[in-house]
Design a protein around this ligand. Structure first.
Ligand code: SF4
Ligand code: SF4
Length: 456
């Protein structure tokens, strides 16, 4: 037997004494098994331990002590819920301030995508004074250590001057930080890329591509440019990669555009396949996932899984890393260490901010805990939860404006498949010594929840 990934130490300490004692023992619902050459892999979705057992090897006592084998009839969901609550409590009691800030320097955009949820939203732009007050708020409310800044919009590059101002103030005050951005990429220039690397400490850009040149230009319908946008964005992707900034391309797929996206994927592989920090993933649009037609949803997820496999085969989609710790929140909205700052200085929990539920302003912040009850409200459990290996990391958030009101079986299967792929990737790394840069994980969710766009 080989331990390929250790269990989360704190989890093991908290579960101590709950090991199965009385036979018959059965495998935990949270144990995923995957055959590999010469044996099998076992991954425990609650403890996060990954094992390799050779053919014929049993290791029953170890598996019992590590909760892979449990007593028949154990209420595993109750144990998982208890564990999560305790870990959340411990994590919150150590909280000193925010460590993650999502900054919207504008809600305006230079593209006009038909599917944009922000179409019709009020267009707000951050003024220089609001940027200064934002920087002051960050300095006053942050925890010690390096901060993560996330630039979102609208199109955040339309508010680049505000982002410069905020970062200059943080740097002048000796605060360490790095950033990532969700952008259409059009407004990058060589100078802006240099500044993004040097001043924003930009580590990753997420850029959505909707199709090959003609399709893209028509779907994005940029205000400034109808015909040259695709080429410009691709050049900017290259500029970012050359500056050492990782690029994650999201392909918004539906049944109609899939053939075109496959052509695009071929073009991307040819041009950017040699960059280790370039990744691509497909994304199903929310309105399609929520289609009332069961057949359509099944068909879509079938196509999605096939496309993922093709992108993986082409080396464009990196499998990402298996979770090593239990997930303690759904997203920024219920993460007590995360704040969202709007262009006018109002604070919110969710970057797709809905009217109301503001947490004060950068000048007069209100405690985020005031909205906690709203963001932590969950749907009642689905019948399938009892037998679902995703349960320990699953949040059935009721009030996310971007979430299905039901658990979609095909989506669940796709997420379990992602874990299996990651198990095999971890095995490849450990056994075949294949170097893998896990920072390139472009595909980090392990439960069928809708998350921030750069954590598909
Ligand atoms: S993925 Fe679905 S079935 Fe599984 S735990 Fe979450 S809500 Fe339940
Ligand atoms: S996942 Fe939902 S609740 Fe969380 S930030 Fe995104 S839209 Fe808001």
């Amino acid at each position: 037997m080989r331990i390929l990934q250790e269990a989360q130490a704190l989890t093991l300490r908290l579960l101590a004494g709950r090991e199965a004692q009385t036979e018959p023992f059965v495998f935990s619902v949270y144990c995923l098994t995957e055959p590999v050459p010469g044996g099998r892999l076992l991954y425990h979705t609650l403890t996060k331990e990954l094992l390799f057992l050779e053919d014929g090897e049993e290791q029953a006592d170890y598996l019992r002590r590590r909760f892979f084998l449990i007593e028949e009839g154990t209420d595993e969901r109750a144990a998982a819920r208890d564990l999560r609550s305790t870990l959340q409590f411990l994590s919150r009691s150590r909280l000193q301030g925010y460590t993650r800030y999502t900054i919207l320097p504008t809600t305006d955009c230079n593209a006009r995508c038909f599917y944009c949820y922000e179409a019709g939203c009020e267009k707000l732009n951050m003024t220089a004074a609001a940027a200064d007050r934002t920087a002051r708020f960050i300095l006053d409310s942050c925890a010690s250590g390096e901060l993560t800044l996330r630039f979102f919009g609208g199109e955040p590059l339309m508010g680049a001057a505000s982002l410069d101002r905020i970062c200059e103030a943080l740097a002048e005050n000796g605060k360490t930080y790095h950033s990532n951005i969700v952008t259409n990429g059009y407004l990058f220039t060589p100078e802006r890329i240099r500044k993004a690397a040097a001043l924003w400490h930009l580590k990753r850009a997420q850029i959505t591509l909707d199709g090959t040149e003609e399709v893209y230009n028509a779907r994005k319908d940029f205000v400034e440019d109808h015909d040259g946008a695709f080429r410009r964005v691709l050049d900017n992707i290259e500029g970012l990669l050359q500056a050492g900034i990782a690029v994650t391309v999201r392909l918004n797929m539906d049944e109609v555009n899939l053939p075109d996206l496959k052509t695009l994927a071929g073009q991307l592989a040819q041009r950017f396949g040699g960059y280790a920090n370039f990744t691509v993933y497909p994304f199903l649009l929310f309105q399609d996932i929520l289609s009332p037609s069961r057949e359509k949803v099944e068909r879509l997820f079938g196509l999605y899984r096939e496309f993922r496999a093709e992108l993986t085969e082409a080396g464009l989609l990196k499998p990402g890393k298996l979770p090593e710790t239990l997930r303690l929140n759904h997203c920024m909205a219920d993460d007590p260490a995360s704040a969202v700052i709007l262009p006018d200085g109002r604070l919110h929990a969710c970057e797709h901010f809905t009217e109301g539920l503001f947490c004060g302003t950068v000048d007069a912040p209100a405690p985020k805990s005031a909205t906690e009850a709203y963001w932590t409200e969950e749907f009642s459990e689905d019948d399938a939860c009892a037998a679902c290996p995703l349960y320990p990391d699953c949040f059935r958030m009721k009030n996310c404006p971007d979430r299905a009101d039901r658990c979609i079986p095909q989506q669940r299967e796709a997420e379990i498949e992602k874990l299996r792929i990651r198990m095999r990737a971890a095995y490849d790394r450990a056994v075949n010594g294949r170097p893998a840069d896990d920072r390139l994980a472009n595909d980090r969710t392990a439960t069928p929840d809708r998350k921030e766009p750069d954590t598909p």
